[in-house]
Design a protein around this ligand. Sequence first.
Ligand code: GUN
Length: 283
Amino acid sequence: MSARIIDGNALSAKLRDQLAARAAALKARGVIPCLAVILVGEDPASQVYVRNKVNGCDKAGIRSLHDVYASDVEPAVVFARIAELNADPGVHGILVQLSLPARFDAAAVLEAIAPEKDVDGFHAENVGALMQGKPRFIPCTPYGVMKMLESENVPLPGAEAVIVGRSNIVGKPMAMLLLARNCTVTVCHSQSQDLGFHTRRADILVAAVGRARMIAGDMIKPGATVIDVGINRTADGKLCGDVDFESAREVAGLITPVPGGVGPMTITMLLTNTLEAAERLLP
Ligand code: GUN
């Protein structure tokens, strides 16, 4: 058996057409939706992610502001810029690209963003709202994963969902979203004993660890839906996920590729959250 591929580019293209229409409707009412993106440092992967986010805004009719700071910038400078963006009524969403240099208190930076502009959904207030089952902004990557599952009508109530990785950005919010849809959720991490025991039980397997091809076909339940959130670079410079795609596709029922899977969906959901933030301010 060879798994059906969930095409994140195709689904994104469909959703982004709808977003462009929403952006146009806002403009017709005199509101130009705007996302501010802050990047600190010179990490090449972060530079690519930020460029993709800014390009995504342009194509969807969302204005973007793009501030880049050297890695040795004083944190006070970044905090001052966040305060300025918080106070600017023309800015609807603010995103600080992670990770930040070690000198920064990343949690304090995220808390400095006004919750109503926190389109990443990383502010403690928004994390709390998600935990309570009343999300205001859903973190973009897990939000994109849920859209992919919905687009394929993957049955969720009662499904065994196993998430590998417990980050604040993906693993934890992913667990909350699947739980809210009545999955039985297991979260595995670096200290988990016998990872394969857990992954082989999964009807839905989400890999979000950041280790190239660590989930092989023999760790997957036949027919499972496999969602690969990893973006890793191999020694020869190629992109690959946390799942060993070639062996996994022989066992899984549905699978996301890397690239062209979850990655474009993350940006699509960021644009969605930005429009949502702007629409909430309409009279
Ligand atoms: N770094 C990796 N993923 C993300 C994300 O979704 N948002 C931000 N701000 N930084 C990230």
